[in-house]
Every structure is written in structure tokens, then in C-alpha cells.
Design a protein around this ligand. Structure first.
Ligand SMILES: CC(C)(COP(=O)(O)OP(=O)(O)OC[C@H]1O[C@@H](n2cnc3c(N)ncnc32)[C@H](O)[C@@H]1OP(=O)(O)O)[C@@H](O)C(=O)NCCC(=O)NCCS
Length: 188
């Protein structure tokens, strides 16, 4: 648990696009046991992470091109975690998100705020219309967050990914532009 300021938490949470130097943060966070508990994270060196971050250009997202975009979630001045958006098909407006908070920032209501901000940005500024997320059926915190921001459970994916050699069932969740704008009262 970290010490948070007296200001309402939602006012302290912000997203900023990653830069290559964030590879050090991502490397550290990806090694945390709580971050790895429910998701298989591929082995990657700091140099590989840095190269992956360096090829991302947020301008592409708003021009309807490119395939991977990441943001650092900060709480006040402290970097707390990250969100990844992978566009799977621009023609059909399809993308998938992944997300994680470093251990001291978990279970304080931070991720729902960060994901709400991300979906607002995505639905207001891009043509994407369906955002998917997959998580282990055992990752209660993850799917509670998805449900809080308007995702609906659409399926149970049996033996979906391998976590330390064991096949793990996943839930498939998705939120449509119309679901999100309805819930959040956004005019897009
Ligand atoms: C899972 C994760 C994204 C949740 O974000 P968060 O900001 O910690 O979640 P919140 O504090 O808003 O909690 C949301 C709900 O889930 C519950 N919850 C959170 N973590 C939980 C856990 N480990 N076990 C059971 N319930 C949990 C909370 O009690 C809360 O319940 P409520 O809806 O009844 O209020 C975050 O803990 C995390 O990054 N974990 C490690 C990485 C990870 O698993 N990423 C997702 C991969 S799919």
C-alpha cells in the first residue's frame, strides 16, 4: 500500500503515452509475482521492451493505423502501472486491452478509473467500436474491474492460455461503443 494524497483518488489518476525509457519500469513491474500470478507474460529483456516501446507512436492511433499502444498509469507523481491496447482489425474497429498495476497500487480502485479514461479516449478519438479483454477465470479483481467500466462477459474460453505449463480457462469480455457511451452518458 502506498501513501496517497488527500485529494480524491480519481483526480490523481492519469494516463500518459509510454516512452522508450519506461522499459525499465515495465521490466520491474513484469517481474512482480502479483502481476504474473494470473497472466503469462513473455520473457523480454529491457532492450526488447525498449525497442517495442520506441516503435509506438500515439499519433498513429488517432490516424487509424498501427497495432500496439501503451500508456503509463500514474497516481499523483508516482508511476503505478500500465495499459496496453492492441488493435486487431482497423477495418472492423476491433481491439483488445491488457492492464496491470504494480503491487502497492492494487486493490485501491485505481484501475477502474484508468480504464474509464482509456475507453473515453478511445471511443471519442478513434473509430474503434469493440474493445475486448480476456482474463483468467480466477482473476476476480480483473473481471470485477471490467464489469465496473461496462464490459460484458461474452464467453468462457476453456484451456485458453498456459500459465507455468497449466492450461487456464479465461473469460472473454467486450465493451461496445454503444454500451460505454450509454453507461457513462458520453455524447460522441
Ligand atoms: C486485477 C487488477 C487490474 C485490479 O485493479 P485494482 O485497481 O486493483 O482493482 P480495484 O481495487 O478497483 O478492485 C475491483 C474489485 O475487485 C476486487 N479485487 C481486487 N483485487 C482482488 C483480488 N486479488 N482478489 C479478489 N478480489 C479482488 C476488489 O475488492 C473490488 O471489488 P468490488 O467490485 O466489490 O469493489 C490489479 O489488481 C492488477 O493489476 N493485478 C495484477 C495484474 C493483473 O492481474 N492484471 C490483469 C490481467 S487480465
Amino acid at each position: 500500500m502506498v501513501h496517497l494524497e488527500a485529494r480524491p483518488l480519481s483526480h490523481q489518476i492519469a494516463l500518459r503515452p509510454v516512452c522508450a525509457a519506461d522499459s525499465v519500469l515495465l521490466d520491474r513491474w513484469r517481474l512482480e509475482p502479483s502481476v504474473r500470478r494470473h497472466q503469462p507474460l513473455s520473457e523480454a529483456s529491457v532492450a526488447q521492451l525498449q525497442a517495442d516501446l520506441a516503435r509506438q507512436d500515439m499519433a498513429d492511433l488517432y490516424l487509424g493505423r498501427g497495432d500496439k499502444f501503451q500508456w503509463i498509469i500514474s497516481v499523483g507523481s508516482q508511476p503505478a502501472g500500465w495499459v496496453t491496447l492492441v488493435v486487431t482489425n482497423w477495418a472492423h474497429g476491433l481491439a483488445e486491452i491488457g492492464y496491470a498495476l504494480s503491487t502497492p497500487f492494487q486493490r485501491q480502485g485505481i484501475m477502474p478509473v484508468a480504464l474509464r479514461d482509456l475507453l473515453t479516449l478511445v471511443f471519442q478519438r478513434t473509430q474503434l467500436r469493440r474493445i475486448e479483454a480476456r482474463c483468467s477465470v480466477k482473476n476476480v479483481g480483473s473481471y470485477r474491474v471490467l464489469e465496473k467500466v461496462g464490459f460484458r462477459r461474452e464467453g468462457h474460453l476453456r484451456a485458453y492460455f498456459l500459465l507455468e505449463g497449466r492450461a487456464v480457462d479465461n473469460y472473454l469480455y467486450a465493451v461496445l461503443r454503444s454500451d460505454f457511451t450509454g453507461i457513462q452518458g458520453l455524447r460522441i
